[in-house]
Design a binder for this molecule. Structure first.
Ligand code: NDP
Ligand code: MG
Length: 389
């Protein structure tokens, strides 16, 4: 029996993780659940899964959750400091990091410091502070099992392989809802359109990141740290059907791919059950439904976020942290129709040029760079024509 802390249980990944847990009561038990402000769903989940404790990080929701669970034995805590404490409890075997954005970093680091194995969905944790996170994990002997579908694919391709035999990894990208579109079209697209991903159903932020290809840029940085790769060992290929979830090419030229229907429950289940591979009743891939699998080069000229992310990765230090913070701010603004689709790249680029470079950041430096980048990006957002009118 594995006892899980599911951080971000009310999100797209969190709710799917709970479906996996519910389907395998003989393997999994929920020890901790956390949400930010969706008190109603957190309460519902607590009553169904009966965890030892829940944490609502938005402290204003504490009373509501506490009162609703007053006649149950579930302990209720509020605030992100509480989250950092409960993930370290003896009763927790594995932590699923499925909080969104920079906010997910501190609880994952706390869990690593307590020697808990991590199933990691929150890619921003590795984008922002990958070097530090992996260093601490290695020191503690903690395994970080990827949940992100591309990284789960690579992880699965590497089972039984010597990591030194990797020549290259190739991340697949669906291309998102605007594949093939050019800037004259993109200049006018709205959030409602950008949220309609052709293959995956995901949270709002990552859906926008998929539409801008920032998601793939973040995933390159995530892969670099997870698998200890050099920047020139990674590539991206657009694969609109999202069936091959990524490739590993080895030193003899042989390539492996992991394939399946685009369903996040599969990589979630793989990470939670690891090192086991367990059964399920998910819909199976039938090649009759996919007579053509195609692959093409990304359009770097139109989707500039992918280039910006690569630049941040090459620059290293606090550059990916700054890129991530600026991206979180502009995506949030785009979702509220306060900035245009193409403006997002411009604002990220300007933020990257504005924040001072730190070559070897500490955790405090990352926190500082994140805050500074958010300030700059917010100022750029305020100056957007869409924000003003
Ligand atoms: P959602 O927006 O659907 O869910 C985010 C979760 O995090 C919710 O439980 C939310 O709580 C919580 N949360 C939000 N802000 C905070 C905060 N400041 N402090 C604490 N908790 C917070 O996101 P997704 O599930 O889509 O994504 C989660 C992570 O997984 C992201 O890093 C994403 O990149 C990654 N990922 C997601 C995939 C997907 O298919 N969705 C695929 C691959 C990776 P509340 O509901 O109360 O607001
Ligand atoms: Mg992914």
């Amino acid at each position: 029996m594995k006892r899980l802390a599911i951080l971000g249980s009310t999100g797209s990944i969190g709710t799917q993780a709970l479906e996996v847990v519910a389907a395998h009561p003989e393997l999994f038990e929920v020890e901790i659940l956390s949400a930010h402000s969706n008190a109603e769903l957190l309460i519902e989940q607590a009553l169904q899964f009966k965890p030892n404790a829940v944490v609502v990080t938005d402290e204003q929701k504490y009373i509501q959750v506490k009162e609703a669970l007053s006649s149950s034995p579930v302990k209720v805590f509020a605030g992100s400091k509480s989250l950092e404490e409960v993930v370290q409890w003896d009763g927790v075997d594995m932590v699923l990091g499925a909080i969104l954005g920079f906010a997910g970093l501190s609880s994952v680091l706390a869990a690593i410091d307590a020697g808990k194995h991590i199933a990691l969905a929150n890619k921003e944790t590795l984008v922002v502070a990958g070097e530090l996170v992996m260093e601490r994990a290695n020191k503690k002997g903690v395994r970080i099992i990827p949940v992100d579908s591309e990284h789960s694919a690579i992880f699965q391709c590497l089972v039984g392989e010597d990591i030194n035999n990797i020549e290259k990894v190739i991340l697949t990208a669906s291309g998102g809802p605007f594949l093939g579109r050019k800037t004259n079209y993109l200049v006018n697209v709205k959030a409602s359109h950008a949220l309609q991903h052709p293959n995956w159903t995901m949270g709002a932020k990552i859906s926008i990141d998929s539409a801008t290809l920032m998601n793939k840029g973040l995933e390159l940085i995530e892969a670099k740290w997870l698998f200890g790769l050099r920047n020139d060992q990674m590539d991206v290929v657009v694969h609109p059907q999202s069936i091959a979830h990524s490739f590993v090419q080895f030193i003899d030229g042989s390539m492996k791919a992991q394939m399946g229907l685009p369903d996040m429950k599969l990589p979630i289940q793989y990470a939670l059950a690891w090192p086991l591979r367990i059964n399920n009743n998910f819909k199976r891939l039938d090649f009759k439904d996919f007579p053509k699998l195609s692959f093409e080069q990304p359009d770097y000229k139109t989707f500039r976020n992918l280039v910006l992310a690569k630049e941040a990765m090459d620059k290293a230090g606090n550059a990916p942290c700054v890129l991530n913070a600026a991206n979180e701010v502009v995506v949030h603004a785009f979702l509220q129709n306060k900035v245009g689709f193409l403006e997002m790249s411009e604002m990220i680029e300007k933020t990257m040029a504005s924040v001072a470079f730190v070559e070897h950041p500490t955790l405090e430096d990352y926190q500082h760079s994140d805050a500074e980048a958010r300030n700059y990006a917010s100022e750029f957002v305020k100056k957007s024509q869409l924000s003003i009118y």
